[in-house]
Design a protein around this ligand. Sequence first.
Ligand code: HEC
Length: 155
Amino acid sequence: MRKFIRRSFLAGLVLFILIQFVPYSAAEIEARGEIQAPPEVQAILHRACYDCHSAAPRIPWYGRVAPVSWLVAHDIEEGREHLNFSDWSLMSAKDQAEAREEIIEEVEEGEMPLAIYLKMHDEAKLDRDDLATLRAWAGMTGHAGEHEEGERDGD
Ligand code: HEC
């Protein structure tokens, strides 16, 4: 039994080392039209969204170790496909307005930032004030109503 455990451990270790050679990371892309927004809005986006929706994701050490690195790369690739703040200025005014509305919707519903990301990034949690700042930027005045607040599922 001990021999079996030792062999399994070694096999796992070898596998772990081998998968480090599977190169899957998010492509390096250029910022072609970084978003222009009030500093307080920029601060929120950088803190909570840029790691998946920009040309400049910050990747922690554990995000460079497979298999976590694959998950991180996947989220970045897919996140950017939907929304890239580093290409924001290339969008038409109409598309920007729509994107702002969608951002509010995603944040209010607690869909964004991704729950799995929030587990590792306390600083990315958005509170009522952050939401009010984003809403003002999106042209929605006033604070989120009680109803909308109640819909946030929190994680
Ligand atoms: C850990 C990565 C990650 C972070 C951080 C993150 N997102 Fe996303 N986002 C994604 C992924 C992946 C998708 C596409 C899949 C999905 O909708 O779940 C996405 C999709 C979106 C969409 C498009 C939804 C749709 O249906 O087209 C919006 C809008 C969005 N995110 C806004 C934000 C905002 C605003 C923040 C910061 C407050 C943020 N995201 C933070 C990964 C992330």
